[in-house]
Every structure is written in C-alpha cells, then in structure tokens.
Design a protein around this ligand. Structure first.
Ligand SMILES: Cc1cc2nc3c(=O)[nH]c(=O)nc-3n(C[C@H](O)[C@H](O)[C@H](O)COP(=O)(O)OP(=O)(O)OC[C@H]3O[C@@H](n4cnc5c(N)ncnc54)[C@H](O)[C@@H]3O)c2cc1C
Length: 512
C-alpha cells in the first residue's frame, strides 16, 4: 500500500488493491470520494443501510492521513471541553462530549459485530502536566471535563518515565491498527455490493436536477448524493479559509527492556507529545508523535524527526528507531470540525473536515452524521458541526490570523523566489524554488543528478509550494495541497498536479 509521503509509516504493509469496477455508468445513490477512515466508514455505513454506493479514491485505500496517523481513539479532543463551553456554550459542549463517546462506540461495535482483527484494545489515557503553566491548563481541562460529565481523575503516578507535576487518568479510550480496520470495512462493503474505484481522481461536480455528475479521471460518475471525504474538499471552497494545514511527526521505537507503557499518553507541551504502543510484525514498539508545525513552515522538515527522537531518548531507553513518518492534518479555526452539507452546494453534497488530531473519532462520527443526513434529512449534531456556521466570537481572531498568514506566505514566497541564485548551486538530493523570466519553478535534483522541473505555483489558489525534505514532496503552505517530485497531486484540495516543465525550457546554458 502507498501513502502520500516518501517515508513508510508503521501501518503500510497491510493492504491490497481494492478496485472492483470499471463500468461506471450506473446511477448510484451515493458517491463517496476519498478512501480514508471517513470515506470508508461512510461507504460501509450507507451500503449497510441499503444505499447503493461507489467509493472513489485518487490513489489507493489508506493513501492519505489515515495511512500516516497514530490511531489513538479518544472521546476527548484537542478542543478541550472548557474551551468548548466558553466558545460554544454549555449545551453544545455537552453535545460535543456525547459525539466523542458515540464515535468510540461506533468503532468498537464495528469491530465486535464484524469480528474485525485490527488490534483494537480499550485503553486508559494519562494526561500530564510538566510545568506550572501546564498544571493550570490541566486543572482547567479537568474542570471543563467534569462540567460536561466526562470522566477524568487525578492520579499520583503515570506509566511514563517522564517527570511530571500533575496528571489525570481518562478511562474508556482505545487504540487500533487503522489500516487493518479500514481494510476489513472495505471487504465487508464490497461483499455487500459496494463498489470501489482506486486511482480515480474526482476533479469537479455538476449539480443537475436530482443528479450530481462527477468528472473523474476515469470518466463521469452519476449519483444522487456525493460525500467529499477527501480530508479537505477539493476545488475552491470557503472551508479552505476556515482550516489551516499542519504537519505532525511520528516515530516507532523499540526499547532495551520490556516495560512499555500500557496507557495512552499525552503531555501538555505546545505542540504536545502523544504516545502509545503497538506490536508491529511481532515486535513491541513505542509510537511517539509531536513537533507539529504549519505546513510549509519548517525550513528543515528532516530536523523535526531528530528533535522528536532526542526528546524521546531523554526519557526512554531506546534500542532503535523502526519507523519514522509524518503526515498532514487540518486545524479548524473555531475548534469544532465541519461535518455536513458542502457550502455553496444545493444540499446533496456533503463533506467532513477540520478534524485536527482527532480524525479517528471525528471521521467515524462524520460517517454517522452524513449517513443520517442522507437517510433521514437530520442529525442531532448537524448544527454544531455545520460547515455553514459563522461564529463571530469563537475562532474569529484565529480566523484573521490564519488568513493573514496565507497572505504573508504568498508575498514571502515571491521575494524568496527572486533571491534564489543559480540552478548550478543545487546539489544532488536538494530542491529549490527559483524565479526565471517572471515565472517561479520548483526544482529537485536526484542524487544521480537527474533534475525534475515544475512550475511552482499551486493550481488550487495560486500560492507557491515549498519543499518538504522529510517526505520528498512539494507542499503548499496556504491550503495544504501536496505534490510529488514529478508534480503528481498527493493531497488535495488541488485536483490537478504541478505543471512539469520540459527540460529544454530551462537548461544550464540559459545561465540561471
Ligand atoms: C501524524 C498524525 C497523527 C495523528 N494521530 C491521530 C490519532 O492518534 N488519533 C486521531 O483520532 N487522529 C489522529 N490524526 C488525525 C487523523 O489521522 C486524520 O484526521 C484522519 O486520518 C483523516 O481521515 P480522512 O479519511 O478524513 O482523510 P484521509 O485519510 O486523508 O483520506 C482522504 C482520501 O481522499 C483521497 N482524495 C483526496 N482528494 C481526492 C480527489 N479529488 N479524488 C479522489 N480522492 C481524493 C486521498 O487520496 C485520501 O486517500 C493524526 C494526524 C497526523 C498527521
């Protein structure tokens, strides 16, 4: 199985090719675009509830962030309940809490009812404060949690060899192998008549009366409803300005002893570290994550792994690093995900985005919310997660900040490109953006000397891409579209790749 990055994640070996149809002429009840946890869970759920579904995936099932996650299953969120109360009110915060427990139950019942072998385990979590500021933060989190009826209990010891000042335990969390899970859901979905088409990029849609016609790289697909489960919807949409793309880093370590922590673990650093364990190929491993930054905002993405590794080695007796990978998530400006009708559509196109680091639960609850909206026309969560919501107080400052960052990125990139020196300065394994006769170019030179030349302007909203050395990709800092060294789209919202430049268009003889 492939992933949208050059590094192998701990989950990658577990999947086969799923495409089940080439004839796309049928009119489907629902076309689901995107084969991550959100799309697969939605297709599985709707097919089970009697709808005829087609699942379209640009690459392969699990290619996106679901193949690069760490798969903690939590009923509490990065948007803490105290923040939810202050920004959305007591009632909405309680509903937010309810959606967390419902999502955990959805995953657990899918696993148990279908005997899915995906290393699913119920877990307790330890959340710990490392300094006085974090202690205050933890106390606020616990107070907010109790106000919405969520259980957190102060404890004296944690199962992590990390000095802490205060800690709580949170029962009823879980973990699993995300790819084994969605692979099993795909198999059941196929057996119940669902259709999967891989290597099929959905480029646009056209709403005509009661039908939606999708233009895809494999021809038109017609459906009565469409679900964009693409992590962020493709094309240009207001949701691109309400979500900021971030990159997070994960590493799997073996230890020199067998005292692996049994609980899920989180500190309250900014960005925070997250921990769990997992057997991979029969070997127990500690998976640690962190070092998050806004996409395109780290000069040297490779250095993020060194920082994470050094941090983990400070506290754990590490034997070796078995896997290291990174992936992208979308941070919503007001802290709640966007799940429901796609803004600007006529009501039959749905989407789910803004999951931050909680997409296992939020992607799972999205599958239920969207299924309910399609089948019954309503969901108890439709208002709090509505993609059309406008919250003038919650998130407004963040919204302005994120918007400002986009503009600064754009201007800085232009200046940066002006300053770039000559092509000859690029060493093997390096990449640069240069300006040449009014155009910007993204150049990557392989260690063999072979050059890959692309126009560096992202086709989505015309921002300039930046090099990600850790995953060997060009990443757009504005909305998170990503491309490989040949320009192929790896991650939306773009639906097109970067334009390759014929080598003869730029040569060293041109003197750049
Ligand atoms: C390092 C890291 C660790 C994380 N750890 C956790 C965790 O422990 N717990 C947790 O709950 N969450 C975690 N998250 C977040 C979580 O992994 C994501 O929110 C979740 O995987 C998103 O799933 P998805 O199905 O919505 O999107 P994806 O998994 O990204 O799937 C979207 C799919 O859509 C396809 N696609 C895109 N555009 C098109 C198109 N135009 N046509 C056809 N197909 C298209 C893509 O190829 C992709 O396969 C983590 C995130 C990161 C980055």
């Amino acid at each position: 199985m492939n992933r949208d990055g050059a590094r192998k994640s701990a989950w990658q070996q577990q999947i086969k090719n799923f495409s089940s149809a080439n004839n796309l002429t049928e009119i489907f009840d629902v076309a689901i675009v995107g084969g991550g946890i959100t799309g697969v869970s939605t297709a599985f759920n709707l097919q089970k509830r009697g709808k005829s579904c087609i699942l379209l995936e640009a690459s392969n099932i699990g290619f996106g962030t679901t193949g690069g996650t760490t798969a903690h299953i939590n009923d509490f969120f990065e948007t803490t309940f105290d923040k939810a109360i202050s920004d959305f009110g007591q009632e909405n915060a309680e509903l937010f809490k309810e959606c967390g427990s419902e999502a955990v139950r959805i995953i657990e019942s899918n696993v148990r009812e279908n005997n899915i072998d995906c290393d699913f385990e119920k877990k307790t979590a330890h959340l710990f404060a490392l300094d006085e500021n974090q202690v205050k933060q933890l106390e606020d989190i616990v107070e907010g949690s109790h106000k919405v009826g969520h259980r957190m209990r102060y404890i004296d010891d944690i199962s992590y060899p990390i000095p802490f000042l205060k800690a709580v335990e949170i029962p009823n969390q879980a973990q699993f192998h995300p790819i084994k899970y969605i692979k099993a859901l795909c198999e059941i979905y196929l057996n119940s008549g669902g259709v999967i088409v891989e290597n099929c990029v959905c480029e646009s849609h056209d709403e005509k009366d009661s039908l939606i016609i999708l233009t895809t790289s494999k021809g038109p697909v017609q459906a009565r409803n469409v679900v964009y489960a693409t992590h962020i919807p493709p094309g240009i949409n207001r949701l691109h300005f309400m979500n900021a793309p971030y990159r997070s880093y994960a590493m799997a370590f073996t230890l020199n002893h067998d005292q692996y922590p049994n609980e899920l673990g989180y500190d309250l650093e900014d960005p925070y570290h997250y921990y769990r364990t997992q057997y991979i190929n029969g070997e127990q491993m500690l998976i640690a994550g962190g070092e998050d930054h806004k996409t395109g905002h780290a000069e040297d993405t490779g250095a993020c792994f060194s920082k994470l590794e050094n941090y983990v080695r400070t506290y754990f007796d590490v034997d070796k690093v078995a896997f290291s990978w990174s992936s992208q998530y979308f941070e919503p400006v007001d802290g709640f995900p966007y799940i429901g009708v796609l803004p600007g559509s006529e009501g039959k196109i749905f989407t789910a985005t803004g999951f931050a680091g909680n997409g296992m639960t939020l992607g799972s609850i999205a599958s239920r919310i969207i299924s309910d909206l399609i089948l019954t026309g309503s969901s108890k969560y439709e208002e709090i997660f509505s993609p059309a919501r406008i919250k003038p107080i919650a998130g407004f400052t963040d919204f302005v900040k994120e918007q400002a960052t986009v503009v600064v990125d754009f201007v800085k990139d232009k200046i940066f490109a002006e300053r770039i020196g000559s092509l000859a300065e690029i060493n093997g394994g390096e990449a640069k953006v240069i300006k040449y006769e009014g155009d910007n170019f993204a150049i990557y030179k392989e260690t063999s000397g072979r050059m890959h030349l692309l126009k560096s302007t992202c086709p989505h909203a015309k921002c300039e891409v930046r090099w990600n050395s850790a995953e060997i990709s060009w990443d757009c800092p504005c909305h998170g579209s990503r491309f490989n060294i040949n320009g192929k789209m790896l991650t939306g919202p773009s639906v097109k790749g970067l334009t390759p430049v014929q080598e003869k268009e730029i040569t060293e003889e041109d003197g750049i």
